[in-house]
Design a binder for this molecule. Structure first.
Ligand code: SF4
Length: 193
């Protein structure tokens, strides 16, 4: 299981994004407590605080963590029997490749993400990828949340995956454009063109 290295403070300090709220602390153990308290005070499911914090930090900064290889190996995937499952598996691979890459990438602001999300929402290539195996959907969702550093805005939770580029649109709309293949055969209205 990937775990942040205690002595290595990640860029920006020890912090965690609960939705669009940033929670900060001066140490990793204290950050767990801050997240736990925040969830309790806001009537959110307590969940697996340590696992969520570790996964988010290690997703952003894998070289600040022990056991990052396991982060990718532990992902549940299935032999696809439908187009939906095939897209989900491809999205897992896309997310794992991004998280496993040492190349840093940045995210765009909410206004730009909202513009892109509106385009994807009306695009015929925006396809559902949540079907079949529950644990597979959950693990893919968690990976994708790490990719977009847990960002979300109004339209993004209802986005699916891109049938052409095989990524999660909910996450992709937050990423800088040069991470995508703009030369693929995309609809003329696509925001990546
Ligand atoms: S082709 Fe472009 S606009 Fe359409 S779903 Fe894919 S990324 Fe979104």
């Amino acid at each position: 299981m990937a775990k942040p290295i205690n002595g290595m403070i990640p860029p920006g300090g020890w912090h965690y994004f609960q939705g669009d709220v940033r929670l900060d602390s001066w140490s990793l153990p204290e950050l767990y407590k801050v997240v736990q308290n925040y969830r309790a005070e806001n009537a959110l499911p307590s969940g697996d605080v340590e696992g969520d914090v570790n996964e988010q930090i290690c997703g952003r900064h894998p070289h600040y963590c022990h056991g990052v290889d396991n982060l990718t190996i532990n992902v549940v995937s299935i032999n696809p029997s439908t187009a939906v499952e095939e897209l989900m598996n491809d999205i897992q691979t896309w997310a794992k490749n991004l998280l496993g890459s040492n190349k840093p990438y940045s995210l765009v602001d909410d206004a730009e993400a909202a513009r892109r999300a509106r385009i994807c929402l009306h695009c015929p290539k925006n396809a559902n990828w949540r079907g079949g195996c529950g644990p597979c959907i959950n693990s893919t969702d968690r990976l994708c949340a790490s990719v977009r550093q847990a960002r979300d805005i109004a339209d993004t939770p209802i986005l699916g995956g891109c049938h052409i580029l095989r990524h999660d649109n909910r996450s992709a709309v937050f990423l800088e454009k040069d991470l995508f293949n703009a030369k693929a055969e995309l609809p003329s209205e696509c925001w990546i063109k």
